[in-house]
Design a protein around this ligand. Structure first.
Ligand code: AMP
Length: 189
């Protein structure tokens, strides 16, 4: 099963993806994690991405599309993967469609974890405090930027996948366990 997890920053995509890895035996492919690894490793891509990530913008499409194209070729993706944080805009979604068709892979579902902006801001403020500044993109000001980028660039993917009949909406304001249950129900439906 190949899935996309969509939702604003702080919606709990990473947490739910980890649970789905454990429950469904899928691989989690987080472009955010991969980019942070590149930053930590000090690669050219990492150096280029860091400034962009720190200001809450999206890194160039060709970088993330290239990362995902290489990653889904790996043998551990054969049993299925969860795309967490990719695609982030229509150009990436279209590139993904082409990539999947070329590799003869199907996209089984797109799960939207839906959360109100107000709740997100309080969640992210908590996360920024916990991380003690480890994630320099996690402060409230940058969050507002990231939310604006989500509404402006990523939210148009919702009608895009709705039109493909693949979109399933889950209430992300429930408890973590309840959201996991909703996801299971949505995938079985
Ligand atoms: P995330 O951990 O998914 O919230 O991603 C953290 C940051 O990495 C984002 O704010 C972007 O700067 C960058 N990023 C992650 N995924 C993508 C993507 N698919 N396209 C562009 N930028 C991305």
């Amino acid at each position: 099963m190949n899935l996309i997890l969509l939702g604003p920053p702080g919606a709990g995509k990473g947490t739910q993806a980890e649970r789905m890895v454990a429950d469904l035996g899928l691989i989690q492919l987080s472009t955010g994690d991969m980019l942070r690894a590149a930053v930590a490793a000090g690669t050219d891509v990492g150096r280029q991405a860091k400034v962009i990530m720190d200001r809450g913008d999206l890194v160039p499409d060709e970088i993330v599309v290239g990362i995902i194209a290489d990653r889904i070729e790996e043998p551990d993706c054969k049993n299925g993967f969860i795309l967490d944080g990719f695609p982030r805009n229509t150009a990436q979604a279209k590139a993904l469609d082409v990539m999947l068709t070329e590799k003869k892979l199907t996209l089984d579902a797109v799960l939207e974890i839906r959360v109100d902006d107000k709740i997100l801001i309080s969640r992210i403020e908590g996360r920024a405090r916990e991380s003690g500044g480890e994630r320099s993109d996690d402060n409230a000001e940058i969050l507002k930027k990231r939310l604006a980028v989500y509404h402006d660039q990523t939210a148009p993917l919702l009608p895009y996948y709705e039109a493909q009949n693949r979109l399933k909406v889950v209430d992300g304001m429930l408890s973590i366990d309840a959201v996991s249950e909703e996801i299971k129900k949505a995938l079985n439906a």
